[in-house]
Design a protein around this ligand. Structure first.
Ligand code: 13P
Length: 305
């Protein structure tokens, strides 16, 4: 049954000259079929580089929007139009304009988990894997507004020593992981290395050994000699962690850390997406051009390859 669906996706993908991009939180079978699976930064770079005519984005709305901002001549499809990101919706462009009026000298850094309109109002975009580098690249005399994730913002403030005005947004999935979950997991597996995503709450991060984006977790585990890891992020990443390190054990800090939006993408919906070219994500040109600037500034702060 699954083999038949995968064959169909392959045929449709070839006829549409499409590429399938998937985030590390996608269901396992979708990570496996994707042409590229990665973290938010890796996906942004792939979306900008690909010469495919169509991008099927297996992720959530803001990720598909980012692809549309970076690749205006490609058609970007999100297989489920309701796959949103509550964190991205926690600040509107209007709210950000208000914040900027209150801090007229500040530079705005927005997490990539934000709407295109918010990116358009921001000076710099960042992902969890480069937020520290982006903030470190900014002039020290300028105040910084960080939106919308306050936990990532706090992590960046701790790492850079910069005073940052934080917007009170948060990821509903990451905040389900509690301090008690971490204490219990550490007690049960005292030899394990604990990897946590910076979107986790401060008490959870304090009980972790490594604070890493999803892409950095995969790299860290691949290069580590350890054979047991506690993973404090969305559980989908454990699929690829196990695939690349079959000799190691990966334990979810909390089985509740499941993003319902990431799990909306299914094989059937990918087929429908390629057959009917749905749901196309279109960013109005005026917003796209302004949002692109904040993404370009983020990419400029990356070390040269
Ligand atoms: P990264 O994949 O960049 O670590 O981001 C995780 C995330 O929260 C995506 O919504």
């Amino acid at each position: 049954m699954i083999a038949r669906l995968l064959d169909k996706i392959k045929t449709l993908k070839d006829s549409r000259k499409a590429v399938i991009l998937a985030h590390n939180y996608q269901p396992g079978e979708i990570q496996d079929l994707a042409d590229f699976c990665g973290d938010s930064l890796g996906l942004s770079i792939k979306a900008a580089e690909t010469d495919a005519e169509v991008i099927v984005f297996c992720g959530v709305q803001f990720m598909a929007e980012t692809a549309a901002i970076l690749s205006p001549h490609k058609r970007v499809l999100l297989p489920d139009k309701y796959a949103g990101c509550p964190l991205a919706d926690m600040i509107t462009a209007e709210q950000l304009r208000g914040l900027k009026r209150d801090h007229p000298d500040a530079l705005v850094v927005c997490y990539v988990n934000s709407t295109a309109e918010v990116k358009a109002e921001s000076d710099y975009c960042c992902t969890s894997s480069n937020a520290v580098e982006v903030v470190n690249s900014l002039p020290t005399e300028r105040p910084i507004l960080f939106v919308p994730d306050r936990h990532l913002g706090q992590f960046v403030s701790n790492e850079t020593g910069r005073d940052i005005v934080l917007w009170p947004g948060y990821c509903r999935t990451h905040v389900t992981i509690t301090k008690e979950d971490m204490i219990a997991a550490r007690e049960k597996y005292p030899d394990a290395i604990v990897m946590a995503h910076p979107e986790c709450t401060e008490p959870v991060k304090e009980l972790s050994d490594e604070l890493l984006s999803t892409g950095q977790m995969l790299k860290f585990a691949a290069e580590s000699d350890a054979t047991r890891f506690i993973v404090a992020t969305e559980v989908g990443i454990i699929h690829t962690l196990k695939k690349q390190r079959p000799d190691a054990q990966f334990i979810a800090a909390s089985d509740r850390a499941v993003c319902p939006n990431m799990k909306k993408i299914t094989l059937d919906k990918i087929i429908a997406s390629l057959e009917d070219m749905i749901y196309e994500v279109i960013v109005p040109e005026e917003t796209r051009v302004r949002a692109r600037k904040s993404l370009d500034r983020m990419v400029e702060t990356l070390p040269a390859k």
